[in-house]
Design a protein around this ligand. Structure first.
Ligand code: FAD
Length: 542
């Protein structure tokens, strides 16, 4: 069944009639004026008492004045806000409301605007009838008569003392928080869910120029995500904080490395956008703190280098003893092998006549074997070192520091070009240090031997596709193509003049690389000297 159409109200009926009389080409302001005039003419549609009641009951303090601001009318709310009843204030000037602490210039501007037939809106300090000060948010509108002249003013104001106090309290708290954050020696940044920095302290700003990074937070976040892997997602998902994650940045050249202890805290804030008014939502933020601990780490590193220097000296002595013993064993092994061959020959011939010589040779051969076994037993083995996450940049930087005296004495310039942040690989720090020291020593020796005018040792690190590689290049004579395999064989040396080396350095280097599942090669493309490339896979135990 169809619903009966409700009968139009007389008010609606009249309004429709009025609207019909407005010409369709009438522009907006003219249209409004036209409608107003028509309504005024038909006082039965909207009677005057309705306008008066509307003004009387509206919850805004309203006053109507003459052109000199002498009050002609006040509504009920005006009495509530100012404390003045109509009988107290009609005929008085609006200035009775003034607390006299509003600067003159404010009134001058106010009057300039309203006498220019424009609406003025601003804040004035008013005095309640009781003497209490309050802050008024006031709008003054000039009323224009038919001749286009100002006939009256309407003032509308609200007491905004409380909301102003609240606003100021928030501002003060913000200033306080900002000054506390800015005085902190720790860099802090608040990031939104799109990783955009929305708040940062002074210390964070200094990092921008200090680290020459456009957005340090983006750099640290990327590194932390890489270092923490799945753990990042787990913590983020559970909104658990992380603390004291150390990040080392190597800049290369003569710039010292920097260390930062990073912590993060996820927190929520109520969404204050208009859209969230009925659908309260929360926004997620991350407070990232970056504590520069470079000074402490530098001091620790200096102490560490001193210890390493002693350790490496000891290791070098042992290594040189090993090399000497290996050389001796190599020397003994040759005649022992020859005697063994001679014995084999004599045995094959079945020559009984030379049995005494045969017995003597057998004794010599046995004696040689015993000596070799004794030497082998006496040989100091490689030091057993713990397998732990190793930062290759750190190891290389330490070895550069350890070799600084040698570089200076040999006139070698070091060009250190690390990838700023490298992931750790599992390995033996001690062995890797020995490996790189051997390669540096070889490079320096080669450049000295060749008497190169320009002695540059360039050390660079790279990280790509779960592979860390180190390129060590010198400006020495290089290694000819036919010897590039041979140099990794035992007892092969191009360093004959130096005398004391026995050609086992690169054998040991290769051994260490193998133990770390890595690869070592000599770059055939490099022509200015020699370039060794050592690559290690990540996520493999040594
Ligand atoms: P006044 O001598 O009254 O005025 C100070 C300056 O205002 C003068 O130097 C002059 O440049 C300018 N001025 C004053 N009257 C006129 C005029 N008729 N024509 C041109 N310029 C003029 N003030 C409040 O403090 N609180 C209010 O809530 C408030 N409400 C107002 C509401 C309306 C509708 C109007 C029209 C004015 C209102 N005023 C209000 C302003 C008020 O009239 C005074 O100008 C103001 O309070 C300063 O008072 P006074 O005695 O210190 O100085």
């Amino acid at each position: 069944m169809n619903k009966p159409t409700p009968a139009p109200s007389p008010l609606q009926d009249n309004l429709d009639k009025i609207l019909e009389t407005v010409p369709p080409d009438c522009v907006a302001p003219d249209k409004c004026r036209k409608i107003r005039d028509l309504i005024c003419k038909q006082s039965d549609v909207l009677p005057t008492w309705l306008f008066v009641e509307a003004v009387e009951q509206v919850p805004v303090a309203i006053s109507i004045t003459d052109r000199q601001a002498n009050i002609l009318y006040v509504n009920h709310e005006f009495t509530q806000v100012t404390g003045y009843k109509a009988v107290d204030i009609l005929g008085e000037n609006e200035s009775v409301l003034s607390d006299k602490c509003t600067p003159k210039i404010v009134y001058q501007r106010l009057w300039h605007e309203i006498t220019s037939k424009r609406i003025w809106n601003g804040r004035l300090v008013n005095r309640h009838k009781s003497g209490r000060r309050y802050l008024a948010d006031l709008i003054i509108t000039p009323i224009i008569d038919d001749q286009g002249q100002i006939s009256h003013f309407i003032g509308m104001h609200r007491d905004i003392t409380q909301s102003y106090e609240l606003e100021e309290k928030v501002k003060n708290q913000k200033t306080l928080i900002e000054s506390v954050l800015n005085s902190s020696p720790i860099a802090m940044a608040v990031l939104d869910s799109d990783d955009q920095v929305i708040l940062e302290n002074q210390m964070y700003k200094t990092l921008v120029s200090d680290l020459k990074l456009r957005e340090p937070a983006a750099f640290f976040l990327q590194t932390l995500r890489q270092e923490m892997g799945e753990q990042w997602e787990v913590l983020h998902g559970a909104h658990k904080s992380f603390a004291h994650r150390e990040i080392r940045i190597d800049f290369g050249g003569s710039r010292a490395p920097r260390w930062f202890s990073c912590s993060g805290n996820w927190f929520f804030e109520n969404d204050i956008s208009a859209g969230a008014f009925f659908n309260a939502g929360k926004k997620e933020y991350l407070l990232l703190t970056l504590h520069d601990i470079s000074l402490q780490r530098k001091q620790q590193e200096e102490l560490h280098i001193q210890t390493l220097r002693a350790l490496m000296a000891e290791e070098e002595q042992i290594q040189s003893l090993r090399e000497t013993m290996l050389g001796v064993m190599h020397q003994i092994q040759q005649p022992v092998n020859q005697i063994q061959a001679a014995l084999q020959l004599m045995q094959n011939k079945g020559d009984a006549q030379h049995e005494p010589v045969y017995a003597l040779l057998r004794d010599i051969q046995q004696c040689g074997q015993t000596t070799l076994a004794t030497l082998q037993n006496c040989m100091p083995g490689p030091k057993q070192t713990a397998i732990a996450p190793v930062n290759i940049n750190k190891v290389l930087h330490e070895v550069i520091m350890l070799c600084t005296d040698k570089f200076l004495a040999s006139g070698v310039i070091v060009d250190w070009q690390p990838t700023p942040v490298l992931p750790s690989l599992l390995g033996s720090e001690m062995q890797l240090r020995t490996l790189f020291k051997q390669l540096f020593d070889n490079a320096v020796a080669a450049m000295r031997r060749a008497g190169s005018d320009e002695r540059i040792l360039k050390i660079a690190t790279h990280h790509e596709n779960d592979l860390i590689s180190v390129a060590i290049e010198d400006t020495g004579p290089g290694i000819p193509p036919h010897l590039r395999q041979k140099v990794f064989e035992p007892f092969y040396t191009t360093n004959g003049a130096a005398g004391y080396r026995t050609g086992v350095g690169l054998v040991m280097v290769k051994e260490i690389v193998n133990r770390h599942h890595g690869i070592i090669s000599i770059d055939p493309e490099y022509r200015q000297g020699c370039r060794f490339i050592v690559s290690f896979p990540l996520n493999r135990n040594a």
